[in-house]
Design a protein around this ligand. Structure first.
Ligand SMILES: Cc1ncc(COP(=O)(O)O)c(C=O)c1O
Length: 411
């Protein structure tokens, strides 16, 4: 191990931080933001940039109807309300996901039953079956870190049980399963556009096939002008158009302008990110210590959020966390084991019986044994996928750092 930077050797890369910025703020993005600032900083309807952004996102995602939100969290909460889920109902959600896949349901007092993960960190038809209970009305899946879930089997399971199916596509903007874009398999899908492959800074998208869902989404995100303009007058929910349902969750115009710019460049973003992913997949081919976590190409296409790697501790002389420290010492500081995306099953938010009594944790309702989640969490690590013009040195440098450390620690 003597040539490792941690042991006094030369660092593999010495590039000033930050190593990951997103989006790439070039002059064309600056122009788009400035032009929107002059055009309008607040739109009450979708006749301007918000409508343009939603149309562009619908084309990008292959979605029939798109409603934008202030966050992915708000879009997921709207899915719960549109579906009419209420206290007493349950939803099956991944135990391993970012908290906001499940927390909006808990906010409404809906019981969340957690399902186990496979080797990609994803729920499966089997793990959903194992979580089934009589009061389950819906399932939400997350395509973790960019890898699509097996939507063929999961959709069949939901059909068999008569359950609604929601997709959280926040990590999977560019993913497909079996040739079909994720977000089009279920009843509704949500996309966070926070620091994701397509970003609006902060923001979220809800997609659906049904115009009735779309109208309800408008009621939950917007009120007054937009709702009165777009909800048909003969709709049974039109009487709510003036007030909405009590909250406002609309995206900012500057966020929408960033989104339009991103979507205009989506092909280039995809090309660059896919090339970077391929560099790591090829470069780590046959590596005994690390395997890229990427679904086989004949099953699905990666969504290009981050590059996930599986660590094989039995093939190395150091633990996963020691390995990360060694790679960081090489100057590849953006490698990590995710902290805020983790097993949610024991969080007190999900143990409450009463959404109006939020400060009293109760004993666990569901404390399931989730060996798949544990195995995934214990061995997973990630690096950025980059995707901007000046990323070549970082991509090459990180790969070189991973190869140098794996060579040093391989048994
Ligand atoms: C899987 C997943 N779902 C939902 C969210 C919530 O999105 P937002 O931060 O836009 O509210 C995130 C955010 O990181 C996420 O990663």
């Amino acid at each position: 191990m003597s040539n490792l930077a941690a042991h006094g050797g030369t660092k593999t890369l010495d590039i000033p931080r930050p190593h990951y910025r997103w989006p790439d703020v070039d002059t064309s993005l600056e122009q788009a933001i400035i032009m929107q600032a002059h055009r309008s900083l607040s739109d009450r309807d979708a006749s301007g940039i918000i409508g343009e952004y939603e149309a562009a996102f619908a084309a990008f995602a292959g979605a029939e109807h798109v409603v934008s939100f202030a966050s992915g969290t708000a879009a997921i909460h709207a899915m719960a309300r549109i579906a009419g889920l209420k206290p007493g109902d349950a939803i099956i959600a991944p135990a391993y996901t970012f908290l906001a896949t499940a927390s909006p349901f808990a906010f409404d007092g809906i019981e969340v039953i957690f399902a186990d993960a496979d080797e990609y960190g994803n729920v499966t038809a089997d793990s959903i079956e194992a979580a089934m209970a009589p009061n389950v009305r819906a399932v939400i899946v997350t395509h973790m870190w960019g890898n699509p879930c097996n939507m063929t089997d999961i959709a069949a399971t939901c059909r068999n049980h008569g359950l609604l199916l929601f997709e959280d596509c926040s990590h999977a903007h560019f993913a497909s399963w079996n040739g079909q874009r994720v977000g089009t398999f279920g009843d509704m899908a949500a996309f966070s556009t926070n620091q994701k492959a397509i970003t609006t800074g902060e923001g979220g998208i809800l997609t659906t096939r049904l115009s009735a869902h779309r109208d309800l989404a408008i009621l939950y995100a917007h009120y007054n002008k937009r709702a009165q303009t777009e909800i048909p007058r003969d709709s049974p929910i039109y009487p709510f158009a003036f007030t909405g349902m009590g909250l406002k969750h609309r995206i900012t115009t500057l966020g929408a302008a960033i989104g339009v710019h991103q979507l205009q460049h989506a092909a280039g973003i995809e090309k660059r990110r896919r090339a970077n992913l391929a560099t790591f997949v090829d470069g780590l081919g046959g590596n005994p210590v690390l395997t890229p976590v990427v679904v086989p190409a004949q099953q699905g296409t990666h969504g290009l959020y981050v590059i996930g790697l599986r660590y094989h501790p039995q093939a190395a002389t150091v633990t996963r966390d020691q390995f990360i420290d060694l790679v960081v010492a090489e100057g590849a500081t953006e490698i990590d084991a995710p902290g805020s995306t983790r097993n949610l099953a024991h969080e007190p938010l999900f143990q409450r019986h009463d959404p109006y009594e939020p400060w009293t944790p109760r004993p666990a309702i569901h404390a399931p044994d989730l060996p798949g989640v544990k195995a995934f969490e214990d061995t997973f690590l990630k690096i950025p996928i980059w995707g901007y013009s000046a990323d070549t040195d970082l991509v090459d440098g990180y790969l070189a750092a991973l190869l140098k450390v794996t060579e040093a620690v391989a048994r």
